[in-house]
Design a protein around this ligand. Structure first.
Ligand code: HEM
Length: 467
């Protein structure tokens, strides 16, 4: 029995969610620590005085009103944001409605069921890797930063579920997309210099080369499937791309093959978006769940008992696991803020908002409000959701990790299914606790991530040397 692991007690200095710093749930568009001195000096010299009027909002009624008027409150995304991703998330009006209608079927529960084997395969591959590491020591436990493994898992899973039969290419696409995002964040540090992204710097050229490779890989996959569709050959219908292309071709057929659906370029952009929107967010949900379960062993045991009870049933329903996921999404919303801009002068509650105001909806603060959630708002208490979300508080529409209204996250069922499978498989295989080296620092650039990773002490539950 390993003495250190057996005696491990979370250190007293370990911050809990109660001491979570609110600023970390507030917008941090560019990480301070990543801004180099040159960029800061140049920013001071070049950036024109800030003229943008901004309003921070954490009131549930106002947030609901804003999200339910997508034509008036649109996404004021800067040009630079579009280097990271295109697709439906950036569209407005009729084009958005058309894409939403075509993409929707890919996320229907019926279709998601067909993706469960692919999701399980990705999870079991990760678990096998972790098991090997735990077994490689005689200690019966192994300390590991779980964060990169979770990031790889959600990337692998989206590659499998989006591109099924083209999984190898899908993996390559994921890697390219990841490199592109990393480099783009570098470029964004200089976004205050007009036209900076068009200057042929080494980084800009690299991003362009990656973007071209990405584009041609996706185009190759889509063209192959398009040809198969046109020739009436059955194309794999179990992946997101297959369902999306089927849905697109149905719309075209319904309109006498007049190409009213999405173009190949549109489909390419949507595929790229699946990676960004689908992997970063779900990895955030999974990693914070593991951190919280590492901190709350009683919940870990309860969740594991439930998994052992219902695992393997045709339609396993996980009550405790559901409450757990929802509480994690409340405390650590992967997208802690949503931004909108007013396109006209408009009434909002008692306020008159002029055209062109940027509104930041502070989802993180809304989820921590004691007036809504009670005095224990900052505590991890999944049982508050035992009667469902609507009974957890008197003030409705206060829980919006997936946004709300017509532009609510299209992938929420996908994300919840993925998280359920991953958590059930992890809980069955390992017990874990937070390592003393864990430093609590939720950090948001786009999604909420653990700034210094998530080191855990893992124990293989099937290993004889456990405890
Ligand atoms: C825990 C996981 C997830 C969270 C917390 C989350 C959260 C969100 C939020 C807050 C929005 C609204 C953004 C805005 O309007 O500014 C959004 C939109 C979106 N999400 Fe998710 N998301 C998750 C998983 C996924 C997954 C797995 C996919 C796809 C594979 C996905 C695809 C999308 C898309 C395409 C949109 C844009 C919808 C539209 O504009 O009509 N998301 N998500």
């Amino acid at each position: 029995m390993p003495s250190t692991a057996a005696k491990f007690v979370p250190p007293v200095h370990l911050p809990t969610v109660e001491s979570d710093t609110k600023p970390s749930l507030m917008p941090t568009p560019i990480p301070e620590s990543n801004c180099n001195i040159v960029s800061k000096l140049l920013q001071g010299l070049i950036q024109p005085p800030q003229e943008q009027t901004r309003l921070n909002i954490a009131d549930p009624e106002l947030i609901k009103e804003i999200l339910n008027k997508p034509d008036v409150f649109q996404k004021p995304l800067p040009e630079t944001g579009k280097i990271i991703a295109g697709g439906i998330i950036f569209l407005e009006g009729e084009k958005w409605a058309k894409h939403r209608k075509i993409i929707n079927p890919a996320f229907h529960l019926e279709k998601l069921k067909n993706m469960v084997p692919a999701m399980s395969l990705s999870c079991s591959n990760m678990i096998d890797k972790l098991k090997c590491m735990v077994s490689s020591t005689n200690e019966g436990w192994y300390e590991i930063d779980i964060w990169p493994y979770i990031e790889d898992l959600t990337g692998d899973l989206i590659s499998r579920t989006a591109f099924g039969s083209n999984y190898e290419e899908g993996t390559k696409i994921f890697q390219l997309q990841r490199d592109k995002v990393k480099l783009t964040l570098e470029i964004l540090k200089f976004s205050f210099i007009p036209g900076w992204r068009y200057v042929p710097t080494k980084t800009n050229r690299k991003v362009k080369a990656i973007a071209n490779e990405l584009h041609s890989l996706l185009r190759g996959i889509i063209n192959k499937r398009q040809k198969a569709l046109e020739m009436g050959v059955a194309i794999p219908g179990n992946d997101l791309l297959g369902v999306l292309m089927e849905s697109n071709s149905r719309i075209n057929q319904d309109h006498g093959n007049k190409n009213v659906g999405m173009s190949v370029e549109d489909i390419i952009e949507e595929c790229k978006l699946f990676y960004i929107a689908g992997s970063e967010t779900t990895s955030s949900l999974l990693v914070w769940t593991m951190v919280l379960l590492g901190q709350h062993p009683e919940w870990q045991t309860q969740a594991r008992e439930e998994v052992n009870r219902v695992f393997g049933r045709a339609e396993p329903s996980y009550e405790d696991l559901n409450q757990l996921k929802i509480e994690v999404l409340r405390l650590y919303p992967p997208a802690p803020f949503i931004v909108r801009g007013s396109t006209e002068t408009v009434k909002l509650g008692n306020l008159t908002i002029p055209k062109g105001v940027h509104l930041t909806l502070l989802i993180g603060l809304l989820h921590y409000d004691p007036k809504i959630w009670g005095d224990d708002a900052k505590e991890f208490r999944p049982q508050r959701f035992s009667e469902g979300v609507s009974n957890a508080t008197n003030i409705q529409s206060s829980f919006v990790p997936f946004s709300a209204g017509p532009r609510v996250c299209i992938g929420q069922n996908f994300a919840m299914t993925e998280a359920k499978i991953a958590l059930a498989m992890i809980l069955k295989s390992f017990s874990f606790e937070l390592s003393p080296s864990y430093l609590h620092s939720p950090f948001s650039v786009v999604t909420l991530t653990p700034q210094f990773g998530a080191p855990l002490i893992l124990r293989n539950l099937e290993s004889k040397s456990v405890y």
